[in-house]
Write a protein that binds this ligand. Structure first.
Ligand code: DGJ
Length: 373
C-alpha cells in the first residue's frame, strides 16, 4: 500500500475509506509526508498482555471496555477512565492516540459526567457510563460516541450519544434512549467493509442485537439480527468473506470462556458458538471488547482486545490484546505472551521466547458473585 493509500484507508474495523479529513487534522499531503517518515523509522512494536501499559505520561492506560477508530495513520483508543479521580459519582471517558498500536499518547478525558449532571429523565439513581464506542460520520463530519448509560443498579439499560467536531475534542451529550426500545447494556461497534456502521448491544433476556445506525449515526435505525444468545462484550469482524462474532457469558466482572460464531451475512444464520480459548482458562482471565482488523501491505491481522477487570481496583484493570488465529470459520486466541505488530505490513509476531502470561484469578469472594451485569 502506498503511503497515500494508507492515509486514505480508515481504520478501525478497518477497511472503510475516509476520503475527507475531519476538521483538526493536517491536510492529506502533509500527513502523507509524515506517514512516509514514520514508515521509514517504523519498527514492529511490542505489546505485553496483562502488564501495566504505560502511556506517554508514564501512567497506566485508562481505556477500559474500549473501542478504536483509525483516522489517517493514527489510531484513537477510547475507553472508560477508571483512574481514582473518578469515583462512582463521576464517570469519564479517555482518548489515546497511537501510530503503532503499542505506544499511546493521552489526548484527554473527552467526556465526563457526574451524578449531578445525569439526564433528569434517566430512570433510577446513580450513574454508570461504560464501553464507549466512537464512529466517524463522513456525511456530517461528526464524531459520534455511543456509551452504555445506566443507573447505578444497571436497571435503566440505555445508550447515551455524544458528539464532537474533532476526534479528541470535548464530546457534547446529545440524548439517551433504549435502542429499538430494548434493554441495552454492553455495547460494541462494527464498521463493515462498505462503511456501514453497526451497534452491537446486549438485550436481556433476548440475546444480542446487530443493529444498523441511521445515516447520521445519531440513532439506531434497523435491527439486522437478534442473535438469541445471552452474551456481552459483543464484537464483530469481517475476515476473508466471513463474519465472526464473539462475546462473553454474563458473569459480571468475572472472566468466563468467551465464544465465537460465524455467518456469511450479518443477518445470519449464525453457526453454533464455540470457545475461543481453552475454557478452563476463562479466556486467559479476560473479556472481549473489540476485534481490531489491521489491513497491511502484506497481510491482514485481527487483534482480540479484551479487558482483564480488577473489580476492586478498577484503575489497575489490565488489557489482553493478542493477534487471533483466524480463517476458514475457525478463530483461536493463542496463549498470551509478548508480541509485536508492524501496522504498515499488518504482520504480527508472537515472541515464543517470552514467558506465557500468568492467568490471574479473581479472589474467591469476587468469583462467588458470578452472575452480574
Ligand atoms: C459486565 C460488563 O461486560 C462490564 O462492562 C460491566 O458492565 C460489568 N458487567 C458490571 O458488572
Amino acid at each position: 500500500m502506498s503511503p497515500a493509500a494508507a492515509v486514505l484507508t480508515a481504520g478501525a474495523l478497518l477497511s472503510t475509506p475516509i476520503l475527507i479529513p475531519p476538521a483538526g487534522l493536517a491536510p492529506i499531503a502533509l500527513r502523507t509526508a509524515r506517514s512516509a517518515a514514520i514508515t521509514a523509522a517504523r519498527r514492529p512494536e511490542t505489546i505485553h498482555p496483562g502488564e501495566r501499559w504505560l502511556d506517554n505520561r508514564g501512567e497506566h492506560i485508562q481505556a477500559h471496555g474500549g473501542g478504536i477508530i483509525r483516522i489517517g495513520d493514527t489510531y484513537y483508543w477510547f475507553g472508560e477512565d477508571r483512574s481514582q479521580a473518578f469515583d462512582n459519582q463521576h464517570r469519564g471517558i479517555a482518548c489515546y492516540s497511537s501510530t503503532d498500536l503499542a505506544d499511546w499518547t493521552f489526548r484527554g478525558d473527552v467526556f465526563t459526567m457526574s451524578v449531578d449532571e445525569r439526564p433528569a429523565d434517566l430512570p433510577g439513581t446513580g450513574l454508570v457510563v461504560e464501553r464507549p464506542k466512537v464512529f466517524y460520520n463522513q456525511k456530517t463530519r461528526q464524531f459520534v460516541m455511543y456509551m452504555h448509560l445506566d443507573s447505578g443498579n444497571y436497571a435503566a439499560a440505555e445508550v447515551g450519544v455524544a458528539v464532537s467536531d474533532t476526534v479528541d475534542g470535548t464530546y457534547r451529550f446529545l440524548k439517551h434512549f433504549r435502542p429499538l426500545g430494548q434493554q441495552s447494556r454492553d455495547i460494541g461497534q462494527f464498521i463493515d467493509d462498505d462503511g456501514t456502521a453497526y451497534l452491537i448491544f446486549e438485550d436481556r433476556p433476548h440475546g444480542f442485537h446487530i443493529a444498523r445506525l441511521s445515516d447520521d449515526y445519531l440513532s439506531v435505525a434497523e435491527d439486522v439480527c437478534l442473535v438469541p444468545m445471552a452474551m456481552e462484550g459483543g464484537a464483530l469482524v469481517h475476515y476473508d468473506g466471513l463474519y465472526y462474532a464473539i462475546g462473553s457469558h454474563l458473569t459480571g466482572w468475572n472472566p468466563n470462556p468467551n465464544l465465537y460464531a460465524t455467518a456469511t451475512s450479518l443477518a445470519g444464520p449464525w453457526s453454533e458458538f464455540k470457545d475461543i480459548a481453552p475454557p478452563e482458562t476463562n479466556t486467559y482471565g479476560s473479556q472481549s471488547t473489540l476485534l481490531l482488523k489491521v489491513v497491511g501491505t502484506k497481510t491482514t491481522s485481527v487483534i482480540f482486545m479484551g479487558d482483564m477487570w480488577r473489580p476492586r481496583t478498577q484503575w489497575d484493570s489490565r488489557y489482553l490484546w493478542m493477534p487471533l488465529e483466524i480463517g476458514h470459520g475457525n478463530l483461536r486466541l493463542p496463549q498470551p505472551r509478548a508480541w509485536s505488530i508492524d501496522v504498515e505490513t499488518g504482520e504480527t509476531s508472537i515472541d515464543m521466547s517470552a514467558p506465557a502470561m500468568e492467568i490471574p484469578f479473581p479472589p474467591s469472594s469476587v468469583r462467588q458473585a458470578a452472575r452480574g451485569f
